[in-house]
Design a protein around this ligand. Structure first.
Ligand code: TAP
Length: 501
């Protein structure tokens, strides 16, 4: 599949209008082919302020938070329809800017449509509680209100999906938003802003300012006019976001890094588990927060299991993101490819043995930044490959001898995002699932999900949840309204005329 969309030039999206592209734009080259695919505008403090002012106005005095949930849901459903209409274009932009395989990008668009439709249903059913049995003259209403202006800062690995895990939930609840996508992959966020306007979203409800995180993202995090900051990205930047958000003690939700384990017991369906261990490692070229980047395998089956993984991974097709056959695309940029490969070299220095991949398979591929799916055996818990997020298709293999040891190894990292357990013995699988410290545990499946199911982390993987009812509630505040009817018992006893005091 050749590039056909040409170079896309974008401005920002502020108060329902697109600004002219800035003269000092940020060029984006497809990391899989080296072709120039987009130029994004470099946002300034003034533009961030303009966007926040528009979102503030739309929230404080505009129609959006005051509409019925049904009216908001209708616009979200229209947006989902328009995403379906433009799904080929959206998938292609994702593949070109991220370097991810086009078939995977299509799946991201499908999931984004499903999430938007689900958020529409939640918008329609948003309600609070009425307490009518407190006592005869006392009624309590616990109402859910939109929390205000939401700042959204998103990463480059799933630009569309990460946006859609936030946007329809936030605006479905009646919030307004200012988003800063990654400066490398802003295309689909700006396309969604266009589609939202076409769907009838009022001006100012969704604003996008592109540019470097240190300027645009920082300004959103610091702004006293932003009520909640919803961040997805690395743990390091997450920490600086919390610091920057202190000005007005805004609420912050953080979806951060991960170091997931695929934990395989001898009584698993081993053929399924082999496929899953490969999939969990190479999905989205390993640039995925919930990847299974550590394979913890029981020592009784470890040698045969590892041999099967090495055999299976050899069939994974590394190639151009726009090739329909590709399973693993390019790394996001050259420095990242070099970092991934250097972590493999470091793992070897620290005692690991590379049993598959370990190289840049550049000879057979177009001009891009590729890493062959890699497996490193004998990775000790104290080493960097066991502990640190690689964000590439590199699997660290470690053996265990008991349930206790498996749990201890899985939990022995600072992250707590997602793990998978492979066993047909429900006692083992559920015991391990309960003892794992992560926001998600998959049993006999991996990197699975549905719009109804929340995701998020514990420990250094962050806090807050996205998707599901919990992900919708994140964008609301509870207000308690207490109503006394009839006479209230008086606090101050005033003597009545003529009564003895
Ligand atoms: P980061 O480097 O953390 O960047 C994330 C976003 O923050 C980008 O838009 C970035 O802007 C912006 N940013 C950078 N510095 C900032 C600052 N000082 N203030 C405010 N914003 C700032 O992450 P990434 O490299 O794009 O994405 C990979 C990371 O995201 C991985 O650690 C991955 O695990 C994590 N991730 C987590 C999840 C979940 S659900 N937990 C999902 C996807 C990804 P720039 O455009 O300048 O980079």
């Amino acid at each position: 599949m050749a590039l056909a969309t040409g170079v896309r030039k974008y401005g920002h999206h502020i108060d329902g209008k697109e600004t002219a592209p800035s003269a000092d734009g940020l060029d984006r080259w497809c990391p899989g082919t080296g072709e120039h695919v987009a130029t994004f505008s470099r946002g300034t403090h003034a533009e961030v302020n303009e966007a926040i002012t528009a979102a503030r106005r739309a929230f404080d005095t505009g129609p959006w938070p005051r509409m019925s949930g049904q009216q908001r849901a209708r616009i979200l459903l229209r947006l989902a329809e328009l995403m379906r209409r433009d799904s080929d274009k959206l998938a292609r932009i994702e593949a070109e800017e991220v370097g991810k395989p086009i078939k995977l990008a299509r799946g991201d668009v499908e999931s984004s449509i499903a999430l938007t439709e689900y958020a529409a249903a939640l918008a329609m059913t948003l309600h609070g509680d009425a307490h009518t049995n407190l006592d005869d003259n006392f009624t309590g209403l616990v109402v859910r209100e939109p929390c205000g202006v939401v700042g959204m800062v998103t990463p480059w690995n799933f630009p569309l999906l990460q946006l859609i895990q936030k946007l329809p939930f936030a605006i479905g609840a009646g919030c307004t938003a200012v988003c800063k996508p990654s400066e490398l992959t802003s295309g689909t966020t700006l396309e969604i802003a266009r589609l939202a306007t076409e769907a009838g979203l009022p001006a100012g409800v969704f604003n996008v300012v592109t540019g470097p995180g240190s300027v645009v993202g920082q300004a959103i995090a610091e702004s006293p006019d932003v009520d909640l900051l919803s961040f997805t990205g690395s743990t390091g930047v997450g920490r600086s976001i919390v610091e920057a958000s202190k000005s007005n003690l805004k609420r912050v939700s953080l979806e951060l890094g991960g170091k997931g384990a695929t934990i395989v017991f001898p009584d698993a369906d081993l053929d399924d588990a082999v496929d899953a261990a490969v999939f969990a490692n190479v999905f989205n070229s390993g640039e995925c927060c919930v990847s299974g980047t550590r394979l913890l395998v029981h020592e009784d089956i470890a040698d045969d299991f590892l041999a099967a993984v090495v055999d299976r991974i050899a069939h994974v097709r590394v190639g151009s993101p726009l090739d329909e056959e590709t399973d693993v695309g390019a790394m996001i940029h050259e420095q990242h490819r070099d970092k991934v490969l250097s972590m493999v070299t470091q793992a070897e220095r620290e005692g690991g043995k590379v049993v598959a991949g370990g190289s840049d398979p550049v000879d057979s591929l177009p001009d891009g930044y590729y890493v062959a799916p890699t497996v490193v055996d004998g990775v000790a818990p104290g080493t960097a490959l066991f502990q640190e997020e690689v964000f590439g298709p590199v699997l660290a293999v470690t053996r265990f001898g008991s349930v206790d040891e498996a749990v201890e190894l899985a939990n022995a990292v600072e992250y707590g995002l997602a793990n998978s357990v492979w066993s047909k013995n429900i006692d083992v699988a559920l015991t391990v699932a309960k003892r794992l410290r992560s926001g998600t545990v998959w049993i006999n499946t991996v990197i699975d999900g549905a719009p109804q199911l929340p995701g998020g982390g514990v420990k250094a993987s962050g806090y807050g949840r996205e998707m599901g009812q919990a992900g919708f509630d994140e964008f609301t505040e509870l207000k308690t309204i207490q109503i006394r009817t009839g006479a209230r018992a008086k606090f101050v006893q005033v003597p009545q005329p003529g009564s003895p005091d």
